[in-house]
Design a protein around this ligand. Structure first.
Ligand code: PEP
Length: 254
């Protein structure tokens, strides 16, 4: 039996001012007052963490806060960066690492992402490790190699007992922000492959416990179908998480 609790996260990317973020969260908390079927996470820009942390701490909601990035050091001469411990001050539970936009625009490598995964875990944050192939790799049938490498390096030196605190997000780059989601069949095939790789790298038991989200042009129209797949344990939502009614409709109908 699948006992993995679904996890639905919104990645706002570089969107929303503090006042926009507060307005969103007011509605979200009302809409999800009674809701606890899946873990719900919002990942705003750093600038809105304090305001949202304040709102969440005044409510009894189960909504959790996540950050979009961290730097793998506790403090020091890293101008412009944010440490895992700074995120903990805002009661962040999750942090996205290895998002393809950071890999592409900021040149983040699997090795650097691995440092972030370990830094997050050492501060008791749950890393959401994003992996996924680009269009060329998919068309050339190379997605297995790519995903296998991202998992192997991204989770290097992560202890088996720490794996339970990790979430993997499968985000095919060709589906991000394009309006062209992976079909449930395509996504399920990759999620199953990820679980098999985790089983090979760790153990079958750990693989069965690990939550694997799908991300890439998720919308109210395709969310349910994706979530029905046996190895899809949640969603990482970009564009469709920016409108609170749309985000809530995905959550409440899932
Ligand atoms: C993302 O960037 O994590 C993402 C999944 O974006 P979108 O839903 O807009 O494709």
């Amino acid at each position: 039996m699948n006992v993995r609790k679904k996890i639905i996260a919104g990645n706002w990317k570089m969107n929303k001012t503090v006042s926009e973020a507060k307005a969103f969260v007011h509605v979200l908390l009302k809409e999800l007052e009674e809701y606890s079927a899946a873990d719900v996470v919002i990942c705003p820009p750093f600038t809105a963490l304090q305001a949202i942390c304040d709102l969440l701490s005044q409510s009894s909601s189960h909504v959790r806060l996540g950050a979009q990035n961290l730097f793998p050091a506790s403090h020091g001469p890293y101008t412009g960066e944010i440490s895992p411990w700074m995120l903990r001050e805002f009661f962040c539970h999750y942090v996205i690492v290895g998002h393809s936009e950071r890999r592409i625009h900021l040149g983040e490598t699997d090795l650097f992402i691995n440092k972030k995964v370990k830094a997050a875990l050492s501060a008791s944050l749950h890393p959401i490790l994003c992996i996924g192939e680009n269009l060329e790799e998919r068309q050339q049938g190379l997605w297995k190699e790519k995903i296998s490498q991202q998992l192997q390096i991204g989770l290097k030196e992560v202890e088996e007992k720490q794996l339970a605190d990790c979430v993997i997000a499968y985000e095919p780059i060709w589906a991000i922000g394009t309006g062209k989601n992976a079909t449930p069949e395509q996504a399920q095939e990759v999620h199953l492959f990820i679980r098999e790789e985790i089983s090979r790298l760790f153990s079958l038991q750990s693989a069965q416990k690990l939550r694997i989200q799908y991300g890439g042009s998720v919308s109210p129209e395709n969310a349910q179908e994706l979530l029905l797949c046996p190895d899809i344990d949640g969603l990482l939502i970009g564009g469709a998480s920016l409108d609170v009614r749309t985000f809530c409709s995905i959550i409440l109908n899932s």
